[in-house]
Design a binder for this molecule. Structure first.
Ligand code: NAI
Ligand code: MG
Length: 499
């Protein structure tokens, strides 16, 4: 790409939002939806419109898939390492846009820049660098079938991959899907979330400076009218989805009609178990990270059920509350802000309704931090984080995914009782246990029903560590070499008879 054509970072997110307004990215170029229709993109901190996004529909899906199918032929002819190098180059170029992307995602999602949005933008490249390095791992096997026959297996790309993504960590969750899909030789069509179409569109535009046109296309639009036709499109051979259980099941049903594979990364109700011998301060710090208070709890792995041994319960709650109280809620773009806003009115209402239900069912809603005082944010979707006490694992608040800054601290006495309660959930995404006892730790890691179990820490998704859930939390794991091989290639057996 000649330097003169290279995109320069635009640090004013409002100006960048305007520039991207009303556009999809198809066949390498920004273009309006075929109908010319658009929908509103809101800044949840002010309630004001920041841009309009192109309203992609079936006709746009058809155009995007046609572009991807055409481009995929040439892309798959490149060697795997060449594709990997291009994907790594995408990572390098994205790194020059960290500040810009961080600001843009903060504007559209309300996630605080310092604690969340810039962090998301700055770890994005790592996913492309990681997968870009795995091109030569797309290996097959040689099979000792018959001495007069050479029998091998090969990994082939699937073709066109459809990816449907959510709004909470939109760039990162998109990267975990498209990086392995691209390195494996597929072309992709992404459908962004209604609430956060801009930063992922900009990411796609930046990557299209490096990738051949049509290899990576992105559509914005509504779930049923744009995501639906993408899943159903006859030329889409694989769908990868992150979002709600309910929508995941719709996607799975549609895919079943075509008999194509799907990967589903769904919700969670992740338990955190604090044993009586745990390092209390460390566990409290772990709860802050685990519950993703800085992201208003809008995380599928949020530690939204915190089981604390009765000997530590009261002290744990008061220390946790003090820490959340000390966090600053306010303007997502202000460097002083720790906690921004909820994404949308719909999610705001959902969070509020759970706080009401929890209180009505006998829980004590300990509200933390303070609402922003600036009148500019009076219409902002701010919610004070709530630490519920006095609820059991049977309560609605402890059973259903809230996807907001609401956690339950539940008292327990006995180890067997807490393992049973932790596993008594429809979900099984992540779990942590906090203890100094190695035997307890090992036993719990074996018995906790979750795709990701950690002891005395609460790390988030890391490239190279398998990530994904069991039970209602999803199907298939992401973030590893295995994920690329299993989800984005198909195996072919070849026999050469030499007799
Ligand atoms: P959603 O699952 O409805 O939306 C996720 C994506 O699916 C969006 O791009 C949406 O446009 C698309 N979609 C919606 N309906 C579709 C359909 N019929 N066909 C194809 N695509 C469709 O989630 P939503 O409404 O944003 O949030 C609802 C709840 O889902 C949250 O409260 C939370 O509990 C959960 N959620 C979980 C996430 C996770 O990371 N696992 C992320 C976002 C939401
Ligand atoms: Mg929905």
């Amino acid at each position: 790409m000649p330097a003169s054509n290279a995109l320069s970072p635009i640090l004013d997110p409002q100006a960048l939002a305007q520039q991207l307004s009303g556009k999809l990215l198809l066949d390498g170029a920004l273009t309006p939806a075929l109908s010319g229709k658009t929908f509103e993109v809101m800044n949840p901190a002010t309630g004001k419109t920041v841009a309009r996004a192109a309203l992609g529909e079936k006709a746009d899906v058809d155009a995007a898939v046609a572009s991807a199918a055409k481009a995929q032929v040439g892309w798959a002819k490149m060697t795997a390492r060449q594709r990997g190098k291009a994907v790594q180059e995408c990572g390098r170029v994205l790194n020059e846009h960290v500040e810009e992307l961080g600001r843009l995602v903060a504007l559209e999602t309300g996630k605080a820049l310092r604690t969340e949005s810039r962090v998301e933008a700055s770890i994005l490249a790592d996913v492309f660098v990681f997968y870009g390095g795995l091109g030569s791992e797309l290996k097959g096997e040689s099979v000792p079938f018959n001495n007069d026959m050479l029998t091998v297996t090969m990994r082939e790309p699937i073709g066109v991959v459809g990816a449907i993504i959510p709004w909470n960590v939109p760039m990162m969750l998109m990267a975990l899907k498209i990086a392995p899909a691209l390195v494996a030789g597929n072309a992709v069509v992404v459908k962004s979330a209604e609430e956060a179409p801009l930063a992922v569109l900009r990411t796609c535009q930046i990557m299209n400076q490096v990738l051949p046109p049509g290899v990576f296309n992105i559509l914005s639009g509504m779930g049923p009218e744009c995501g639906g036709p993408l899943v159903a499109h006859p030329k889409v051979g694989k769908v990868t989805f992150t979002g709600s259980v309910e929508t995941g099941k719709i996607v799975y049903r549609t895919a079943a009609e075509k008999l194509i594979p799907v990967t589903l990364e769904l919700g969670g109700k992740s338990p955190m178990i604090v044993m009586g011998d745990a390092d209390l301060d460390r566990a409290v710090a772990g709860a802050i990270v685990g519950m993703r208070f800085t992201r208003q709890g809008q995380s599928c792995t949020a530690a939204s059920r915190i089981f604390v041994h009765e000997t530590l319960h009261d002290e744990f709650v008061s220390k946790l509350k003090a820490k959340v109280d000390a966090m600053v809620m306010g303007d997502p773009l202000d460097e002083k802000t720790d906690i921004g806003t909820i994404i949308s009115q719909q999610q705001f209402d959902k969070v509020k309704s759970y706080i009401k239900v929890g209180t009505e069912s006998g829980g004590k809603a300990n509200a933390c931090s303070a609402m922003p005082s600036d009148a500019k944010f009076k219409d902002g979707l701010f919610v004070q984080p709530v630490i519920f006490t006095g609820l059991t694992n049977d309560s609605k608040v402890a059973r259903e995914e809230i996807f907001g800054p609401v956690t339950c601290v539940i008292k327990f006495r006995d180890y067997e009782e807490v393992i049973a309660a932790a596993n008594d959930s429809d979900y099984g995404l992540a779990a942590t246990i906090w203890t100094k006892d190695l035997k307890t730790a090992l036993d719990a890691t074996r018995r906790l029903q979750a795709g990701f179990v950690q002891v005395n820490q609460n790390l988030v998704v890391q490239p190279g560590l398998s990530y994904g859930g069991v039970k209602q939390s999803g199907l298939g794991k992401e973030a590893t070499l295995e994920a690329m091989l299993e989800h984005f290639t198909q195996k072919k057996t070849i026999i050469l008879n030499m007799t």
